[in-house]
Ligand binder design. Sequence first.
Ligand code: ADP
Ligand code: TRP
Length: 330
Amino acid sequence: MNKRILTGITTTGTPHIGNYLGAIKPALELAEKYDESFFFLADYHAIIKNSNKVEIEESVKEVALSWLASGLDPNKSNFYRQSDVPEILELSWILNCVTAKGLMNRSHAYKAATALNSSDEDKGISMGLFSYPVLMAADILIFNATHVPVGPDQMQHLEMTRDIAGRFNHSYKKTFELPEAITQTADKIILGQDGRKMSKSYKNIIPLLSSEKVLKKSIAKIVTNSLEPGEPKEFNNCSVFSLFTHFSSEEEQNELKESYKNGISWGDAKNKLFKKVNEHILPIRDSYNSLNSNKELINDLLEEGSSKVRPMAKELLSEVRESIGISKIS
Ligand code: ADP
Ligand code: TRP
């Protein structure tokens, strides 16, 4: 059995440093070690959270460019849009029919949304949000991915995928591999400007594809305490230091720790962080700018990507249809 790695990014908003360090970069590194890799734009997931057409269109482009500019090689990895592989949606329906409603009731994403409601628990909750883990299971199972790199927040969805796959295998015939999550430890969670997890939902992001000026500004906005220059500072639990560790060597980190002890000003500490992030992002930004001026190329790449993977999806789906009795009358 080939080892297949697969992951998707929902196309809402512009990718941030957290997405890059937590998802894109590790996935591209893993792609080197696996037999096959599948990376996709989860655009049907995006409409669960966002009904603004222009924002979705913009985000699809930005997420695609982020993958490519970060080094995804479409000749080595399968790269496609979820919506270009309609077999995923067909499988999603079939999986809905073997998924217990109780399993979905336990989804963190759904529970978090209902928790915000007071009198009417279901206010603002669509069926899309409720059955979101089933669509995610279909994304993974349609290609029988063996390994799925995801952030810690997605672990539950992977457990649900295994549960759904197991139920299908048990009810019909063994069709699906039970995929394993590859996740980073909680200490790898990238913190945003306000010290919480960096997330589009919290509007605390440092964008990946920004100009130098915007990058500098968003780093300047990181909230720190009010210690003055000259006063010693603590590097533990400091967002500036924590971000710095992802872009620097141990030696550079030791130097910065020393500067904290010696009372470096927050402005200078942020400047050091900016320099390191900027240095790392420079080639990504250059590649983004050149790709951005050639939109046809991106469309062509995505089209080629889906035409490569669709035959695999069709094959699996016809096996599934056969198993469930949706087949030619004989
Ligand atoms: P957001 O929280 O901004 O909406 P997504 O849920 O679209 O981000 O996440 C896409 C991928 O990036 C997932 O694999 C997720 O685990 C990862 N990711 C998102 N935010 C972070 C973060 N702050 N640190 C590490 N990984 C992250
Ligand atoms: N739900 C994931 C997120 O919000 C994105 C996603 C959709 C995904 N389908 C997937 C990730 C399949 C891994 C595998 O981050």
